[in-house]
Design a protein around this ligand. Structure first.
Ligand SMILES: *[C@@H]1O[C@H](CO)[C@@H](O)[C@H](O)[C@H]1NC(C)=O
Ligand SMILES: *[C@@H]1O[C@H](CO)[C@@H](O)[C@H](O)[C@H]1NC(C)=O
Ligand SMILES: *[C@@H]1O[C@H](CO)[C@@H](O)[C@H](O)[C@H]1NC(C)=O
Ligand SMILES: *[C@@H]1O[C@H](CO)[C@@H](O)[C@H](O)[C@H]1NC(C)=O
Ligand SMILES: *[C@@H]1O[C@H](CO)[C@@H](O)[C@H](O)[C@H]1NC(C)=O
Ligand SMILES: *[C@@H]1O[C@H](CO)[C@@H](O)[C@H](O)[C@H]1NC(C)=O
Ligand SMILES: *[C@@H]1O[C@H](CO)[C@@H](O)[C@H](O)[C@H]1NC(C)=O
Length: 283
């Protein structure tokens, strides 16, 4: 394990990127701003309204504050299966953490477990970005006898949900597939809904391609990019009840389609579904 021997503060950052329970973040080193500057005030204004505006807007929100050169661009995206309460909590925690962990940085990104929060002094809306990225492997290994079958099953499953997610307006899909008599792999992919169908597919295909570097031979893991995430585990880590039971009432970030993409059965018992709305119903 590459973090087992690291205990110094200097390495705490690395550890935080490696342990599954931590919140990976990147302070982009694109320059700094002064405390109490106009940029600082614009940023704080945006961050403080982000939790409520993101939940009110169905789980995705982008906004700007101020004028160049102090203009701040920010966006937040909750994982597609989160209810309002969890979405609010995730964005709220992330907005505090991002300023704590990247103090005075003009640009930063945090993947708060179940939400993404980004801000910058440049326009980050509508453009696919694949870097900076983070890998968060689950430390547990797949047994070597199961590896081949697992790999095959995972790639088939990922391929199927990548198509579904990129073709849907919410840019989100989950699925599961069994790969041995008793084991099931669960997977989730999501893009920020401001990017196009094509860019979403490209971003996710790249993320899935990175799984072997990130998490090859592991029971699970996350590939985190600014514009998309791919995540898999041997346990159901998302709330599929909310997905399955949601009434059809789309809150589309892009006003193109409110239609559900029907599950696409594949040859290996995989099942998947795409949400017809963001799961913002009361729980
Ligand atoms: C920023 O403003 C606050 C409140 O006005 C003040 O307490 C603090 O000392 C200021 N910090 C700096 C570095 O100017
Ligand atoms: C958040 O939403 C409120 C109410 O719609 C709006 O007045 C405010 O401008 C929004 N904040 C940002 C930063 O977009
Ligand atoms: C949010 O992003 C969309 C897509 O890029 C863009 O058209 C829109 O103007 C942005 N909203 C704000 C408030 O900047
Ligand atoms: C996984 O396998 C690697 C390499 O074989 C080994 O070093 C590591 O200790 C294993 N991890 C667990 C959690 O068993
Ligand atoms: C998804 O969109 C692509 C490109 O528009 C299309 O070729 C493909 O058939 C669609 N797949 C599904 C499952 O709708
Ligand atoms: C598939 O298995 C090989 C080992 O045989 C491993 O190196 C590779 O990373 C695996 N791919 C995934 C996605 O786990
Ligand atoms: C796997 O996915 C199918 C289809 O979406 C769903 O009906 C089923 O409940 C899922 N299985 C588990 C164990 O979550």
């Amino acid at each position: 394990m590459r973090y087992s021997s690291l205990i110094t503060i200097a390495h705490a950052f690395l550890i935080s990127l490696t342990l599954p329970s931590a919140q990976p973040q990147v302070c982009s080193n694109k320059g700094t701003f002064s405390t109490n500057s106009t940029y600082d005030k614009n940023l704080n204004l945006l961050l403080s309204s982000l939790p409520s505006n993101t939940t009110a807007n169905g789980g995705f929100y982008n906004a700007t504050a101020g004028q160049d050169p102090n203009k701040v661009y920010t966006l937040a995206l909750c994982r597609g299966d989160l209810d309002t309460t969890k979405c609010y909590k995730c964005v709220d925690t992330s907005s505090r953490d991002i300023t704590k962990q990247c103090p005075n940085q003009k640009e930063a990104i945090i993947w708060g477990g179940a939400c993404i929060l980004r801000y910058s002094n440049r326009n980050i809306f509508g453009t696919m970005e694949v870097a900076p990225f983070q890998y968060v492997p689950n430390p547990n290994n797949i047994s070597s006898t199961e590896l081949d079958h697992f790999n095959q099953t995972l790639y088939n499953l990922m391929g199927s949900i990548v198509t579904q997610a990129s073709n849907s307006s919410l840019k989100f899909a989950v699925g599961n597939a069994s790969f041995s008599s008793s084991k099931i792999v669960y997977a989730l992919v999501q893009c920020t809904p401001d990017i196009s169908q094509r860019d979403c597919r490209i971003c996710l295909q790249g993320a899935v391609g990175d799984i072997s570097s990130c998490c090859g031979g592991k029971e699970g893991g996350r590939v985190l990019r600014p514009s998309c995430i791919a995540w898999f585990e041997l346990f159901r880590f998302y709330d599929s009840t909310l997905l399955a039971n949601s009434p059809t009432q789309a809150i589309p970030p892009t006003p193109t389609s409110t239609q559900a993409i029907p599950p696409t059965p594949t040859s290996d018992n995989s099942n998947s579904l795409t949400k017809t709305r963001r799961g913002m119903s009361d729980m």
